[in-house]
Write a protein that binds this ligand. Structure first.
Ligand code: ZN
Ligand code: ZN
Length: 253
């Protein structure tokens, strides 16, 4: 997007929402808004990037590189239906507060900040190239009415809008959530692993997969155990010829 269009857009958004940090409410200068919209420097300092060391399957962050192969504490004893997941920040500090305000505080404009934060998923070269069908994890219609928007859809659209040159991304909302469940955040690990069976379905009408199978990029706000994205992947496998399924999230629970 041209700088001019970006500045105009910024001016309109600034008028609608006088810019303040989404985590601590500190008023923000216009120049700061262009770098990291809706995030002050001190809250940015509390974000913990996952960085370079993470599980090549479920995306769980590690403290440092390991020279010897070992079983991942999160996915080593489970079969996930996704090929791999990549997250950007740990779900602590300002990251957690921002996401809470985004989802439960009707602060839809924070989607722009999460879009900027998501830029870092491209550090994983497995995501390069494409084509990918970008599929948001759906909300149950009742929750969608309460919240007014699906946070994963907002993130998927920002991802596509900001993707690096040469990426071939198509927005494809292929999934529905047919059962309302207890919020994953309120459950312990064992409950999370079993809370989600029969929750998702593929939409009735699906596009036909390209030859070699569809390459699917699932988008969620937070990945914790990976169960949600794995359930989504499993229902897509039942209905489509699949080439590969990856999942991305801004935060790692
Ligand atoms: Zn702040
Ligand atoms: Zn893992």
């Amino acid at each position: 997007m041209s700088t001019w269009v970006s500045r105009m857009r910024q001016a309109v958004i600034g008028w609608l929402y006088p810019p303040a940090c989404g985590a601590c409410d500190l008023p923000l200068e216009a120049a700061r808004q262009l770098v990291k919209p809706f995030l002050c420097e001190s809250c940015e300092g509390t974000l913990v990037p996952i960085g370079a060391h993470y599980c090549r399957i479920c995306g769980q962050g590690f403290e440092s590189a390991s020279a010897t192969p070992f079983r991942c504490g999160n996915c080593g004893d489970r079969e996930l239906a996704i090929d791999f997941a990549v997250s950007v920040y740990r779900g602590s500090g300002a990251g957690k507060r921002l996401m809470h305000h985004f989802k439960y505080g009707k602060q839809r404009h924070l989607g722009r900040l999460f879009g900027v934060m998501l830029d870092d998923v491209w550090r994983d070269e497995r995501l390069h190239g494409g084509p990918w069908w970008v599929v948001p994890v759906p909300l149950h219609p009742r929750r969608l009415r309460e919240r007014g928007f699906n946070q994963s859809r907002e993130l998927a659209l920002e991802l596509i809008r900001r993707a690096p040159e040469g990426m071939d991304l198509t927005y494809q909302p292929l999934l529905e959530r047919v059962k309302q469940t207890t919020r994953q955040a309120q459950l312990d690990r064992r409950e999370r692993l079993t809370n989600l069976s029969d929750v998702f379905e593929a939409c009735e009408k699906l596009p036909s997969a390209p030859s070699g199978g569809a390459r699917i990029l699932l988008v969620d706000d937070v990945i914790t155990t990976g169960t949600t994205v794995s359930e989504c992947a499993a229902v897509l496998y039942e209905r489509l010829e699949i080439g590969q399924i990856a999942a991305i999230s801004v935060l790692r629970g």
